[in-house]
Design a protein around this ligand. Structure first.
Ligand SMILES: [Zn+2]
Length: 202
């Protein structure tokens, strides 16, 4: 089997490959993607994160999202699946809704591609109040996202909000505010965190 990123032939010697958990990346590429788990403390909730949004991680995520490279979807949760499934047992997943135009252009919802392998139920009934594309917006405009998400689904017991990158935190804050009145337990997970220094969270 070849590495999905650099196409080098992989050695089949790791124990995990024997147990059917073969990494799509070769050892060298995986090394460039170090896990760095960190809990961010927002005003109303905590956010669990696993990578810094920089270097190899950010280029892989961009390649996956912007180049429609669906084959990369299982790279990000490799080695995290069991941990997440255990820690968030019984939770349903809530994805930050994408703008419908973008979703259509891509033909796949990137977040769902990454997280669906966990086998967790998905919360339906989330939408954007207004179509708004986040990228390229000012911080002030992005903060408006926090009042821009609508939930019209049933009451839920345990919900895990998931996103790929946390920057200002406005998207997950919007999700939190929309879902909070309808859920008993609400937690937040973002694969990665961007620009730690200049952000609101500590
Ligand atoms: Zn490689």
């Amino acid at each position: 089997m070849r590495c999905i990123y650099c196409d080098k032939e992989k050695k089949r010697e790791s124990l995990s490959s024997l147990f059917g958990k073969e990494d799509l990346l070769c050892t060298e590429c995986r090394k460039k993607l170090p896990l760095d788990r960190k809990i961010l403390h927002m005003e109303d909730f905590d956010v669990e994160t696993f990578y810094r949004y920089e270097g190899f991680f950010s280029s892989l995520l961009l390649q996956y999202k912007e180049c429609y490279d669906e084959a990369l979807k299982d790279v990000f949760l490799y080695d995290l699946k069991d941990y997440i499934a255990l820690r968030y047992h019984g939770y349903a997943l809530a994805y930050v809704p994408g703008s419908s135009k973008k979703t259509k252009e891509r033909g796949f919802l990137p977040l769902r591609g990454i997280f669906s392998s966990l086998g967790m139920r998905e919360v339906k009934g989330l939408s954007l109040k207004e179509e708004r594309i986040q990228e390229g917006k000012s911080r002030e405009e992005r903060m408006k996202m926090s009042a821009n998400i609508l939930y019209e689904g049933p009451k839920e017991k345990k919900v895990l909000i998931v996103d790929d990158v946390i920057t200002t935190g406005s998207s997950v804050l919007g999700m939190f505010r929309a879902l909070h009145p309808f859920t008993q337990k609400l937690r937040v997970l973002c694969l990665s965190r961007a620009g730690e220094k200049e952000n609101a969270f500590k």
